[in-house]
Design a protein around this ligand. Structure first.
Ligand SMILES: Nc1ncnc2c1ncn2[C@@H]1O[C@H](COP(=O)(O)OP(=O)(O)OP(=O)(O)O)[C@@H](O)[C@H]1O
Length: 461
């Protein structure tokens, strides 16, 4: 907000906002003009910044205007907005545009909102994670930790902060049995990656401005975290918020890592190669279904006022009656793909997501098993997942389950004896990173982290 009708208005606006004092004492001119910046919804899910110019009536003194602005500032102060942020920018994420996105589109919004920022441009993979795990870094002096990058960068923040929090509280973060402590600090992601599944699932769009506005307004959501452990050892592999994929998607990510120079197109190229190869993997999945958790085939979509997530937060689901007793099953077979979506996993390659009805905070992951089928049928599955209004889950070789935990064990043959093709294991695609360990045990921790995001808002236009 600026009170000085000087020519360099843009700079002045920022100067005045940064000044704690609402009235700029250094301004020697009559203060008659005020710019009031606000956020407004645009399109179905986006937000943008606009302003209103307010001018004092020439016949009156400015005190009425000042009082009005003071009153607005008091109201704003009542909200839990961040005042100090730690920001990590991955200069190599997505189209290598993260730095420009931050400088030109994000930082000006933080500045308008008087947010103090410590910004670190990462120099290597795991730079952000290592810093966040370092006890010397005083996380409690920040109101939020933000990354400007893609899902891989967000996964770094997630793993760094979760491990640090458990260590700080003397909790064995690596053990499957540990009940994890929720971090106090809120995380945020400014989408500047190749897939941006976390941003899509939590705001409905991958727009840096929309995500920046959610941060400065202090919009918060609690979202689920899947802990991925070694199946045979009590040891954590990684924490994940969005996607786990074995078989087709595991092979695709492993292949695409070798072609990073291609940018986001590397996923398409690797996907085509793996589709032609049509490789099957044998394995056994153990899971338990609780009827009250619903199913990935349900019709209700998770929006910003999601009842299912609210119930999960209140732990209503812990008060199970007899009908809700879990049904545990074990499935052995040959699969083209085994996917687990803790969020919808929407991205530019799938309009509605890998699991369009997945919830942000229901304490579950949606498990999708794509069994042996022809190439044509598999293409049908991929096309329906990518863009069709028809559900991929109606195909008779696709089975879906909503689970709080599951176990996977690959069935492999040690040697390739005889004429038969050997059975080998794939790798897991965990939020876009390769996990070589095939035998895993996954547990979802309900609403473990707080994220700056609005949730999916549904507007008519
Ligand atoms: N300075 C850096 N140099 C090399 N790698 C980095 C650097 N900073 C971060 N990384 C790593 O780059 C990986 C990918 O980054 P990021 O997720 O931002 O982009 P992306 O892979 O293009 O997008 P998405 O994950 O959405 O597909 C992350 O796993 C992160 O660990």
């Amino acid at each position: 907000m600026c009170f000085c009708p000087k020519p360099d208005t843009k700079k002045l606006i920022c100067d005045c906002v940064l000044n704690d004092d609402l009235i700029d004492e250094s301004c020697d001119q009559k203060m008659t003009l005020v710019r009031l910046y606000y956020a407004i919804g645009v399109g179905r899910h986006g937000w943008k910044v606009e302003y209103l110019s307010l001018q004092a009536d020439a016949n009156h003194n400015d005190s009425a205007l000042f009082n009005y602005i003071r009153r607005i500032r008091d109201i704003i102060d009542g909200y839990k907005r961040p005042k100090r942020l730690l920001v990590f920018v991955n200069p190599f994420g997505g189209h290598r545009k993260a730095r420009k996105i931050y400088e030109n589109r994000v930082f000006p919004i933080f500045k308008l909102a008087s947010i103090e920022v410590d910004c670190i441009v990462t120099e290597r993979a795991n730079h952000a994670k290592d810093l966040l795990m370092d006890p010397q870094v005083r996380l409690n002096t920040y109101d939020g930790v933000i990354c400007v990058g893609g899902d891989g960068m967000f996964a770094e923040l997630l793993n760094g902060i979760l491990i640090r929090t458990q260590r700080d509280h003397g909790i064995n973060w690596s053990s499957f049995e540990s009940s994890l402590k929720a971090p106090k600090i809120t995380m945020g992601v400014i989408p500047a990656g190749s897939t941006d599944a976390v941003a899509y699932a939590t705001t409905g769009i991958n727009d840096p401005i929309t995500s920046s506005i959610a941060i400065v307004l202090g919009k918060r959501l609690n979202i689920d975290v899947s802990a991925v452990h070694h199946r045979d050892e009590d040891k954590l592999i990684r924490y994940s918020t969005s996607f786990l994929g074995y078989g087709y998607f595991g092979d695709t990510i492993a292949d695409s890592e070798a072609n990073r120079w291609m940018g986001p197109k590397r996923y398409d190229w690797a996907g085509i190669k793996k589709f032609i190869r049509h490789r099957l993997y044998s394995g056994e999945i153990k899971l338990c279904i609780e009827p009250s958790d619903g199913s990935p085939k349900d019709s209700n979509v998770c929006t910003n006022n999601c009842e299912q997530c609210a119930k999960a937060a209140l732990k209503v689901r812990d008060q199970l009656n007899e009908d809700d007793a879990p049904a545990c099953i074990s499935i052995r077979g040959k699969f083209l793909a085994i996917n687990a979506a803790t969020l919808t996993c929407r991205c530019r390659m799938t309009k509605n997501g890998i699991s369009p009805k997945a919830h942000l905070g229901n304490g579950c992951t949606d498990l999708i098993l794509v069994s042996q089928c022809s190439r044509l049928d598999y293409l049908k599955y991929l096309l329906r997942t990518a863009m069709s209004s028809k559900s991929p889950f109606d195909l008779n070789f696709v089975d879906v389950y909503r689970v709080r935990e599951f176990e996977f064990n690959p069935i492999v043959s040690p040697t390739s004896g005889g004429n038969r093709r050997p059975l080998s294991a794939s790798v897991w695609n965990c939020d876009g990173e390769v996990v070589d360990e095939a035998a895993i045990h996954v547990k979802v921790h309900c609403q473990l982290i707080s994220l700056f995001a609005t949730g999916i808002e549904v507007r008519d236009n």
